[in-house]
Design a protein around this ligand. Structure first.
Ligand SMILES: Nc1ncnc2c1ncn2[C@@H]1O[C@H](COP(=O)(O)OS(=O)(=O)O)[C@@H](OP(=O)(O)O)[C@H]1O
Ligand SMILES: Nc1ncnc2c1ncn2[C@@H]1O[C@H](COP(=O)(O)OP(=O)(O)O)[C@@H](O)[C@H]1O
Length: 217
């Protein structure tokens, strides 16, 4: 019996089928691939491309997209620092459940503040897999696209509105984006050109393969 947050007198219930059973069933290791970067940097595009790549390799994944989650789970949150923190915390917790379910969870959110991303790392520290290898099972992918590139794309017209002062607290304009100091993968321009989503997805999938997430034995 314990107290967690505001809940008192609560108990943890274990089930007979556990995380290892599910990972064996799926022949993969559950993890969270967390894509962070500015609006318009290509997070959602990479998330979908990676999902497709993993699907084609017979691996089960699920995309948690910040914009989409704000239509449901997170629809009571705005863009204040406190709300963004709560947004990241909730998605971290959901990602942890997906990873525990054995899936490769692809989270795609601006997640601009370092302390919020660090808190997610602390929430999903290490996976102790059966062969005794220890992996981080939260992997950060930094979409390191220059603001000018994102602003030039401006698919939703939000940068224009932010520059005109019609959106307040827009990331990269009048709200900070704090680049990761310890990401697993950084994707950026090569000779001034953005690699294709398929190439980027291939790079992330290869990383997952090398780290042993795409099989379970
Ligand atoms: N003020 C402000 N700042 C940044 N972004 C804004 C803002 N207002 C609305 N939007 C739109 O919301 C999408 C980002 O949602 P996220 O949940 O990923 O943001 S965060 O991680 O909580 O910072 C983001 O989507 P993406 O362009 O896909 O990143 C924007 O379309
Ligand atoms: N690798 C890429 N190369 C060129 N354009 C891209 C690439 N990835 C995304 N884009 C384009 O950039 C725009 C923003 O992409 P999106 O995935 O919606 O970004 P985010 O989710 O970070 O806001 C879209 O028009 C998309 O087609």
């Amino acid at each position: 019996m314990s107290t967690v947050g505001n809940s008192t007198n609560i108990f943890w219930h274990e089930c007979a089928v556990g995380n290892i059973d599910r990972q064996k069933l799926l022949n993969q290791k559950g993890c969270v691939v967390w894509i962070t970067g500015l609006s318009g940097s290509g997070k959602s595009t990479l998330a979908c491309s990676l999902g497709r790549e993993l699907h084609s390799r017979g691996k089960l994944s699920y995309v948690l997209d910040g914009d989409n989650l704000r239509h449901g789970l997170n629809k009571n949150l705005g863009f204040s620092a406190e709300d963004r923190t709560e947004n990241i915390r909730r998605v971290g917790e959901v990602g942890k459940l997906f990873a525990d379910a054995g899936l490769i969870c692809i989270a795609s959110l601006i997640s601009p503040y370092r302390k919020d991303r660090d808190a997610c790392r602390a929430m999903l520290p290490v996976g102790n897999f059966i062969e005794a290898k220890i992996h981080d099972y939260l992997l950060y992918v930094f979409m390191n696209m220059p603001l000018e590139v994102c602003e030039e794309r401006d698919v939703k017209g939000l940068y224009k509105l932010a520059r005109a002062g019609k959106i307040k607290g827009f990331t990269g304009i009048d709200d900070p984006y704090e680049p990761p100091l310890n990401c697993e993968i950084e994707l950026t321009l090569a000779d001034g050109i953005c690699p294709s989503p398929i190439d980027m997805a291939g790079q992330v999938a290869s990383y997952l393969g090398e780290k042993g997430f795409l099989h379970y034995d």
